[in-house]
Design a protein around this ligand. Structure first.
Ligand code: AMP
Length: 116
């Protein structure tokens, strides 16, 4: 169920444009609007969960589908062989800005240390 004030629910609903790279019944993958690496794709469940923990507790199947979609995106984006980073920011200390569970798929160049 979408929420009117959630940015990513509005992308799922088609109310805000996004560059979609993959879509399944339950997930959507689209390019981050402010990429932090040559490849930076967000993979989200279409259903609204505030973060990955909430999603994993409520729906392990869609959680697995988000992970599987992230792996397929990495392959299609050409970063699977050289490696990539999969990040789920979760809660205030992580800097999570959008309260809709999302995986960042980052790659395409050496990413440096995990934390700046
Ligand atoms: P986080 O800080 O983990 O919540 O990540 C939120 C991400 O959403 C950031 O990397 C933003 O650049 C990205 N973002 C914000 N608005 C949009 C948008 N309209 N389309 C695509 N990505 C977005």
């Amino acid at each position: 169920m979408g929420t009117d004030d959630c940015l990513f629910c509005r992308i799922v609903a088609g109310e805000i444009p996004a560059t979609v790279v993959r879509e399944t019944d339950k997930t959507l993958a689209f390019r981050d609007i402010a990429p932090k690496a040559p490849v930076h794709v967000l993979v989200i469940p279409k259903e609204h969960f505030v973060d990955v923990v909430t999603m994993a507790e409520a729906d392990p199947e869609v959680t697995a589908e988000v992970m599987a979609t992230a792996a397929i995106v990495a392959e299609h984006e050409g970063v699977a062989a050289d490696g990539f980073r999969l990040i789920f920011n979760t809660g205030p200390d992580s800097g999570q800005e959008v309260a809709h569970a999302h995986a960042h798929v980052l790659g395409g160049a050496p990413l440096g240390p995990m934390l700046a």
